[in-house]
Design a protein around this ligand. Structure first.
Ligand SMILES: Cc1cc2nc3c(=O)[nH]c(=O)nc-3n(C[C@H](O)[C@H](O)[C@H](O)COP(=O)(O)OP(=O)(O)OC[C@H]3O[C@@H](n4cnc5c(N)ncnc54)[C@H](O)[C@@H]3O)c2cc1C
Length: 497
């Protein structure tokens, strides 16, 4: 593993059997998995370059069990890594050798659907798409739609503040979650928000959304559900250059049009997706935009004509509007299958995730091309163009000595480039272990300390998901007194990695 993780505690490893027995007393039956072969499926998440077995896997079924497991781990000072479906692309659910992997997949029930208040109350292991499936027969859906929506859990979405192609118009997870229940590391069960809007006091719900499993374990989620728009049509617009496609995106937004989704793919991604799912994409263009307009029929027709005109003014060479619901779904199927499609043209790929101001797209694309030449690795690009959220997929072969390392360095340089042009490296996939050591590129020491003070308020022993998000582990008691002067660190006894 080329990412450094906290050194496992020998004291915990040596009492593994005692810990397993204690956990079995809380979650009986098949809820505790401690055999290496059976734990192997949990050894990594979607960032498969990094993997290691946990101390033990626990799959609780009730909130009471979650609370008791956390209380026990807190008392015994055992790290805990929460996990939903394990699709994180930043290593957020990477297990720890001396830690309990707390898997929420048995929390898979839709608890209540309240059409009058337009919300659904679900357990955290329900898949993102499962929520839409539960309400689709009444013409409703859950808007944020990560491409992994068939598998990823709503608990994981909350922890990562996940986005998707429809978030440009309808907002990210944070804008669609109304309330949660979570359990603190000390075993306290806390409820925030609910069916009503505007919770009183500090916005702790906002803090929890995107907290990557570092502040608490989410055990229930109340989400907003929306009525399906009367009409939705998508248009494919092809360009001879990515710069022209980028300019078209900026012009659509500048005109005041907010499409339901606006995605961009470059030539390698277009070809990979087309070969994989035959979405009907043009294969003779360098960049493709998929723009979806939704709303009342007359409005959609009007906006489609405007978007087509903007495309033409920016040098579009093809323009095709979906003529049926099947065709619209096919246009999106290609985009949603882009990651696995790229998996067919390269033994391995590394998915990066950064966000930039939209107008910087041409500069960043040119920079990525130069980096691709420098590292001798190909890159396929898929973007949430409307949000400026980039997903460069770096193609490599882990069997070739040193290629993974080169892919990682290439990825780090892309993220540095995003920050350099005024963007952010946190993107929509979270920080996890993947971007942890790059956090100082974006945040100063004081910023990071303030963020860690929030962590300390929830988890002063750093037991929830340690080794993720923050590049250095500070003891909470020492925060504010840590100072590096001329390369000399005060308090050299502090555990760091
Ligand atoms: C093919 C593919 C496409 C993807 N497309 C997108 C996309 O379009 N947009 C996007 O945003 N992401 C995307 N992702 C990334 C990923 O699917 C999301 O981050 C998703 O929200 C993770 O959910 P999960 O249930 O798999 O969480 P996991 O991977 O299990 O965990 C992710 C993080 O959440 C924490 N966590 C999980 N459950 C809980 C809980 N109940 N309480 C507290 N913490 C918890 C974990 O500790 C970890 O830090 C994609 C991934 C893949 C593999």
């Amino acid at each position: 593993m080329s990412v450094m993780m906290p050194k496992p505690s020998e004291a915990i490893l040596s009492r593994r059997q005692v810990i397993v027995d204690a956990l079995r007393a809380i979650v009986p039956g098949e809820g505790v998995v401690d055999i290496a072969q059976e734990m192997a499926v949990f050894e990594s998440d979607g960032l498969t370059a990094y993997r290691q077995l946990p101390l033990v896997v626990v799959l609780p079924q009730t909130v009471r069990q979650v609370a008791e497991v956390l209380t026990y781990c807190h008392r015994e000072e055992i790290p805990v890594v929460p996990r939903g479906s394990g699709t994180s692309l930043s290593g957020g659910a990477l297990p720890l050798q001396d830690g309990v992997l707390l898997v929420l997949s048995k929390f898979n029930r839709v608890l209540e659907i309240d059409y009058d208040n337009r919300c659904a109350v679900v357990q955290p292991g329900v898949t993102n798409l499962g929520i839409t499936h539960a309400v689709a027969h009444r013409g409703f859906y859950y808007a944020p739609d990560p491409s992994s929506q068939i598998a990823c859990s709503i608990g994981g979405n909350v922890a990562e503040n996940s986005g998707g192609v429809h978030c440009l118009k309808y907002g990210l997870t944070a804008n669609n979650v109304l309330g949660i229940e979570f359990v603190t590391i000390e075993g306290e069960i806390v409820r925030l928000g609910g069916k009503h809007l505007d919770a009183e006091g500090y916005d702790i719900l906002g803090l929890m959304t995107g907290s990557e499993g570092l502040l608490g374990v989410v055990t229930e989620v109340t989400v907003r559900i929306l009525q399906k728009p009367e009409t939705a049509r998508a248009v494919l617009i092809g360009f001879p250059t990515s710069e022209q496609a980028g300019a078209c995106v900026a012009a659509i937004i500048a005109k005041g049009i907010i499409p339901g989704g606006m995605e961009m793919m470059d030539r390698p991604a277009i070809h990979a997706a087309e070969d994989f799912v035959q979405a009907g994409y043009p294969t003779d263009v360098e960049a493709l935009l998929i723009v979806e307009l939704d709303g009342p029929g007359a409005e959609v027709d009007h906006l489609l004509a405007e978007v087509e005109a903007i495309g033409n003014a920016n040098g579009a060479v093809t323009c095709r509007v979906s003529q049926s619901e099947e065709e619209r779904a096919a246009f999106w199927a290609g985009r949603k299958a882009a990651f696995p499609a790229v998996g067919r043209i390269s033994p391995d790929y590394y998915c990066m995730d950064g966000t930039i101001p939209r107008k910087e797209l041409p500069k960043v694309l040119a920079g990525m091309k130069a980096l691709s030449d420098k590292y001798g690795l190909r890159v396929a690009n898929v973007f949430h163009a409307g949000d400026g959220n980039l997903h460069p997929l770096i193609l490599y072969d882990a069997n070739n000595e040193g290629e993974l390392r080169r892919a990682e360095e290439f990825g780090n340089d892309i993220l540095r480039l995003c920050v350099e042009v005024g963007g952010v490296l946190t993107g929509e996939h979270g920080v996890g272990v993947e971007k942890r050591d790059l956090m100082p590129e974006m945040f100063g020491e004081d910023d990071l300390k303030h963020q860690q003070r929030v962590k300390c308020a929830f988890d002063d022993k750093h037991l929830l998901n340690p080794g993720k998000v923050f590049p250095e582990l500070h003891r909470c008691a020492e925060l504010g007194r840590m100072h590096v002067h001329k390369g000399q660190v005060a308090f050299p006894d502090l555990p760091r990695f």
